[in-house]
Design a protein around this ligand. Structure first.
Ligand code: GLN
Length: 554
């Protein structure tokens, strides 16, 4: 028996599944569907389902997963959530994300608390119903008109089957309110030179085997879909030809919503859902952003000194996705084209890459990170940027290491280090504060990390205060270590300015050097990249990029 779920007052759900293979842009398609529906005046919320058993993305290695995207609430999620926030230009809640682990955990905890009154507890119906409840509650929390749900994984995977079944049941209960979109891939094999539809036909059969028939197929490929193949897919996949959307590769993911609208996708979706809304689509601001991205020509060169994650012969830049996007937004906004270079901190450490090569960049950035790998290389790069007045921006680890570097080379504390690397450091300038451990334990954040949004007060007359134009800000965190308050006055006396602090004054949130000393030398304990959006570039990234542009002109 399926539980009664109360009145539905016309709320619509669009489920997005992926056929053939992963990595074909299901996340961007979902975000873009959200964007075009929002452009039609609807309130949209986007939900990401990750079928793995991890309860959240926090414990996953970046090689496995790419970036961990942290929400205001502190939930550690998939990078698609970052794309959703960037496309919708709003914050998402923890109810907009779920993993199999999260769902199972809730069911098992309920079972342990006798919540099932002694009944058998099974994947179907109990886990499936928990999924449905969560989807309904995310729609309610967002007070949205439409919920677009991306079901992670590929059709045919074992692990996402329950989620597909939840979608099937929701459709069964209210067919007019639920729409199925399949994002598929059409290969053009080099030796054949022709686009092949068979894998997509098979993927549709696979979806059919779950009892689900796609309403719309998004045909992802290197090439546009021609009429002949559209007709072939229509007949073999049992989908109307005008519901098969050509989605060829594009230069910029931010063009995708505009391309969808060129094909009138929002009309097709709204018609299929029986939803009547205003006739015109308002994507004007988005379009002007996309135009800026296309027209930017003058380069601004940013070197990211980090740890690089390779899988086989490939390097994953995904681990720094939000950082890259944040640089782009500010650069485009300033009419410049970002040229981002990857600098392996280990190569600086070993001397393989001469430090002087950093002179080639207009700005240097050290992103967040954990552990020992390449750490002395990062510190060397920071010192070089400081001494040669190259704009420097440090994010989280990059701020902690800025502090260590300043302590060692300017404040006369040669034994300065972070206890993350040297637990017995003579001068633990960066450490885990005992009171933080206690606080975090009380909040039960799963581990000892400080996660999610915290307020930060800004000091008058600083670069940070000027950039934000506000006295108090809120930014997202993901770290364990902090600047040790016992060293703050020595560092300040030596010229380092802590321009942002927690409201209690205890935690250092931003460290910077005055403009009179260095054009831009600033680090944040938080992750500003998580709040940078195409339509509202992050003020600190913009300040950094502006300083880099000035250097580039010299
Ligand atoms: N490893 C550092 C810490 O745990 C920084 C973390 C980060 O950069 N996200 O505090």
């Amino acid at each position: 028996m399926v539980a009664r779920r109360g009145p539905r007052n016309g709320h619509k759900y669009i489920f997005v599944f992926g056929g053939v293979m992963s990595g074909v842009g299901k996340g961007i398609s979902t975000a873009s569907i959200g964007k075009i529906l929002a452009g039609r005046g609807l309130t949209v919320n986007l939900v990401k389902i990750d079928p793995y058993l991890n309860v959240d993305a926090g414990t996953m290695n970046p090689t496995e997963h790419g970036e961990v995207f942290v929400l205001d609430s502190g939930l550690e999620t998939d990078q698609d959530m970052g794309n959703y926030e960037r496309f919708l230009n709003r914050d998402l809640g923890p109810e907009d994300y779920m993993t199999s682990g999260m769902v199972y955990k809730a069911v098992i905890e309920r079972e342990r608390n006798l919540g099932y009154h002694g009944k058998f507890v099974e994947a179907i119906p109990h886990v499936r119903d928990e999924i449905i409840e969560r989807l309904r509650s995310s729609a309610k929390m967002a007070a949205s008109d439409v919920t677009v749900v991306e079901v992670g994984g590929t059709l045919g995977d074992f692990s996402n089957a329950l989620f597909i079944d939840a979608a099937r049941v929701m459709h069964l209960e209210s067919p007019a309110d639920v729409l199925f979109v399949m994002v598929s891939y059409l290969p053009v094999p080099y030796t054949i030179g022709e686009m092949k539809t068979k894998p997509t036909q098979n993927a549709v059969r696979q979806l059919n085997s779950y009892g689900v028939q796609p309403d719309i197929i998004m045909a992802r490929s290197t090439h546009p879909l021609d009429q002949k193949r559209k007709e072939k897919l229509a007949i073999w996949c049992n989908v109307q030809a005008d519901h098969i959307i050509s989605a060829p590769d594009v230069d910029s993911i931010y063009d995708v919503p505009l391309n969808f609208e060129r094909d009138k996708l929002s009309d097709i979706l709204l018609k299929a859902l029986g939803k009547r809304v205003k006739q015109t689509s308002d994507l004007g601001e988005w379009k002007s952003f996309a135009d800026k991205a296309h027209h930017a020509q003058k380069p601004v060169k940013i070197g990211i000194v980090g740890k690089y994650f390779d899988t086989g012969d490939f390097v994953l830049s995904d681990a720094y996705l939000s950082v890259i996007e944040a640089i782009k937004f500010s650069a485009y906004h300033e009419g410049h084209k970002p040229e981002i270079a990857w600098i392996n901190a280990k190569d600086i450490e070993s001397g393989k890459l001469p430090l002087e090569s950093l002179n080639d960049y207009d700005g240097i950035l050290v992103p967040g990170g954990f552990g020992e790998s390449g750490i002395e290389g990062k510190i060397k790069a920071i010192q070089f940027a400081r001494e040669n007045k190259i704009p420097y921006f440090g994010l989280c680890y990059g701020m902690q290491l800025l502090t260590v570097e300043y302590a060692r080379h300017v404040a006369g504390i040669p034994g300065a280090h972070t206890t993350e690397i040297d637990p017995k450091a003579k001068d633990p300038v960066i450490m885990i504060l005992p009171e933080q451990i206690e606080k975090l334990a009380k909040k039960d954040y799963g581990g000892s990390m400080r996660l999610g949004a915290y307020p930060c007060k800004l000091e008058e007359g600083t670069i940070a205060r000027e950039a934000y134009g506000e006295k108090t800000i809120s930014e997202r965190h993901r770290h364990r270590y902090e600047v040790n308050p016992e060293y703050v006055s020595r560092l300040e006396e030596a010229g380092l300015v802590f321009s942002g602090r927690s409201p209690s004054g205890k935690l250092m949130e931003i460290a910077e050097l005055p403009k009179s000393v260095h054009p831009f030398m600033l680090g944040t304990q938080f992750h500003p990249e998580l709040k940078a959006r195409p339509l509202s570039p992050h003020p600190l990234f913009t300040a950094f990029v502006k300083a880099a542009i000035v250097r580039g002109k010299k």
